[in-house]
Design a protein around this ligand. Structure first.
Ligand SMILES: [Zn+2]
Length: 388
């Protein structure tokens, strides 16, 4: 069941109005996929579609694709598109989720967002006019490291949560934001891991760090078919997975991108900003934006007495999923959560949830479009040295 808790954290990114309190966080079963919301009966939940509660088993990629295609068929709030194939012939797909009204003018929104991302060619007056009727664009990428497998499970719940919940807060969210979701950007690595895990699975998940089911053997699921770490390929685009999702990224240029990872069971939670020095290609506004999000996360962690750390780790190689958006003058973040061995650690799972919620609140409430005349994405290949 521990995986269920992992999934919830990433899944509930959107519940701005959630009533969290310290007492609830200590209850292991608190993360219950928000049953209090009124969900549309015509959209199947992941549990209804897959036949098991998320977290009870890992889902093979083909079934993830099936789920997204099914909800695409049933809802006018989601469109699922293809952006290529992996070396092992798995389809690469992304989903766009927003209100049906926004879907009616999706191309206009996309074009406007591109204009807002290029202040050198969009006059300030025009940009300000566009922003009056323009939703934010936020994107999420999941499971680039295939053996950090909980996030793709979460992606299904995130999609369901967004398109099936009928509460006013969710409706407003969909009016205000276009979500571009990449449910799994390393399907070959994921399936390598999931197939291995299923072959090792016992009645009860192992709780000891050295239990066999915590150690997928070489070549493990982290990498793609050619054992390449795709989280080093955002800039170079050597592999079809990277070329595909960065092409989509550039079609949208979202204001905020988050990339979902896991860390070891004995790590606590990391939040942006990372350590210094910074990559000199970053726009000036990276620092205050990352600081704003980091402080919001820290406040949430403090409020709920959850361990975390920030500013002590993680360099800024521009080909990471977290840093590529930032050097493009957007805001890239990566959220990393611990992997759980025991249900008792569910308290920590809240940290993941809080990270997401606080980041989302931070970015949406002041509508922090990183727009400033003369501060667009810099030409990326104009400077040979990438790092200081
Ligand atoms: Zn990772």
């Amino acid at each position: 069941m521990y995986l269920k808790h992992l999934i919830c954290l990433v899944s509930i990114l959107f519940c701005i109005g959630s009533k969290l309190d310290a007492q609830n966080i200590l209850v292991p079963n608190y993360l219950s996929f928000e049953p209090e919301l009124n969900y549309s009966g015509t959209i199947p939940s992941p549990k209804q579609f897959l036949g098991y509660e998320l977290g009870e088993a890992f889902t093979l990629y083909a079934h993830v694709v099936d789920y997204f295609e099914k909800i695409d068929e049933l809802s006018d709030k989601i469109v699922v598109k293809n952006y290529g194939k992996t070396y092992e012939d798995r389809p690469l797909m992304y989903a766009i989720i927003t209100s049906s009204a926004n879907h009616q003018r999706l191309e206009e929104i996309r074009q406007n967002n591109l204009k807002l991302s290029d202040p050198l060619s969009t006059p300030l007056v025009e940009a300000q006019a566009l922003m009056k009727n323009q939703p934010l664009v936020v994107s999420y990428s999941y499971n680039i490291h295939g053996n950090e497998a909980s996030s793709t499970e979460a992606a299904m719940q995130v999609a369901y949560r967004l398109i099936a919940a009928n509460d006013p807060a969710t409706q407003k969210l969909l009016d205000d934001v276009v979500f571009v979701m990449y449910p799994c950007i390393n399907p070959d690595g994921r399936d390598r891991y999931v197939a291995w895990y299923k072959s090792m699975q016992r009645m009860m998940p192992g709780k000891e760090p050295y239990d066999l089911d915590h150690h997928d053997p070489w070549p493990n699921g982290r990498t793609n078919h050619y054992w390449f770490d795709l989280n080093r390929d955002w800039v170079w685009g050597v592999h079809p997975e990277s070329r595909g999702h960065t092409a989509v990224y550039q079609q949208w240029m979202p204001q905020l991108h988050t990339d979902y990872h896991e860390m070891g069971y004995n790590n606590n939670y990391f939040t942006v900003p990372g350590t210094t020095p910074r990559n000199f290609l970053l726009p000036d506004r990276y620092e205050p934006l990352a600081d704003t999000i980091g402080r919001a996360n820290a406040n949430a962690f403090n409020r709920h007495q959850i361990s975390y750390y920030t500013r002590e780790d993680y360099d800024f190689y521009p080909s990471y999923g977290s840093s590529y958006p930032s050097v493009m003058a957007r805001l890239g973040c990566w959220w990393s959560k611990a992997v759980y061995l025991e249900d008792e650690l569910s308290k920590q799972t809240m940290a993941r949830f809080l990270l997401c919620v606080s980041a989302f609140l931070t970015i949406t409430s002041p509508r922090l479009l990183p727009y400033k005349k003369g501060q667009s994405a810099k030409p990326f290949f104009s400077n040979t040295p990438m790092m200081r």
